[in-house]
Write a protein that binds this ligand. Structure first.
Ligand code: NAP
Length: 266
């Protein structure tokens, strides 16, 4: 008799699953037998993802395209999910973007849009599904932050601050869920291959010239494994882990100078 997969009977909702880290996280869950609900703005890409993962892993994949940056989009998504008779056991808050450059001269709608997507939508969805997880004593939340979460980020200030929120919020929930059976993990990748750089405009910074970006599947696997083990924080890779661990011990002014330098154009 085939062994039951760990995710069988459970559904994971993955945001930002049309490409990049979110797509690879969705694949990790599908591989372990989770049914999926995948969401992002691009309906065509999502449809293709749903078909591919369903065929490859024999799980149900429901694509729901919408812009999570719109106020109330989390509630609208949850309504669509409930309308289809689906439930959410695991929430993967991955959708997010960054914008490189100083605040001066940047577009207010892009900075505020980052807050709406990286923070507001993540909180809205978590608040919707959290009580059900605690009641069921299973499932959980995997939030995608960044190594940007560990320090302020001059020349990318709003993005770094948004990820600091995600890290702080996730760690607090991890504690609130302790002993309940509900898992909470915060995945903190460093530079990773995806479309992120294209949208963020970080391709020409000193940071981006420092070394190879990590493949998105490697990042996703580390995040998925961390979530399975209820690891509070998962920083991807030795160098990223070392830098994140070092940040609190550096004098703040020095740290600000280092990050400013890293985020400056080459
Ligand atoms: N790549 C990196 O170097 C890096 C490093 C650290 C942390 N991260 C974090 O990792 C997460 C995933 O990023 P990624 O690198 O995989 O970037 P990506 O390749 O740009 O993917 C972003 C995903 O989010 C979706 N998305 C963007 N805006 C959206 C919106 N308004 N509503 C709904 N979905 C939206 C995108 O799909 P649509 O365009 O179809 O909407 C896509 O599926 C982000 O939270 C990012 O901050 C990335």
């Amino acid at each position: 008799m085939a062994r039951k997969k760990i995710g069988e009977g459970q559904t994971a909702l993955v945001t930002g699953a049309s490409y990049g880290i979110g797509l690879d996280l969705a694949e990790c869950f599908a591989k372990d037998g989770y049914a999926l609900i995948v969401t992002a703005r691009s309906a065509d890409a999502l449809g293709a993802v749903a078909q591919k993962l369903a065929a490859q892993y024999g799980v149900t994949v429901t694509p729901l395209a919408l812009d999570l940056g719109v106020h109330g989009a989390g509630a609208a998504l949850a309504k669509q999910i409930a309308g289809k008779g689906l439930k959410v056991d695991v929430l993967v808050n991955n959708a997010g973007y960054g914008i490189a450059g100083g605040l001066d001269g940047s577009k207010a709608e892009e900075q505020l849009g980052m807050v709406d997507l990286n923070i507001r939508a993540l909180l809205e969805l978590t608040q919707i599904y959290w009580p059900g997880m605690l009641k069921a004593k299973r499932g959980g939340v995997l939030n995608v932050a960044s190594t940007a979460a560990f320090q302020p980020g001059p020349l990318m200030a709003v993005y770094y601050a948004s990820k600091a929120f995600v890290l702080s919020f996730s760690e607090a929930l991890w504690k609130e869920a302790e002993g309940t059976g509900v898992h909470v993990s915060c995945l903190c990748p460093g530079p990773t291959t995806s479309k992120f750089r294209e949208r963020a405009g970080t391709g020409k910074t000193r940071l981006s010239s420092l070394g190879e970006a990590m493949p998105s599947m490697t990042v996703a696997r580390l995040g998925y494994r961390g979530f399975r083990n209820n690891r509070r924080v998962v920083v991807t890779g030795f160098r990223n882990g070392m830098l994140a661990g070092l940040a609190p011990f550096l004098p703040r002014k020095t740290l600000l100078g280092v990050v400013h330098n890293m985020q400056s154009p080459t």
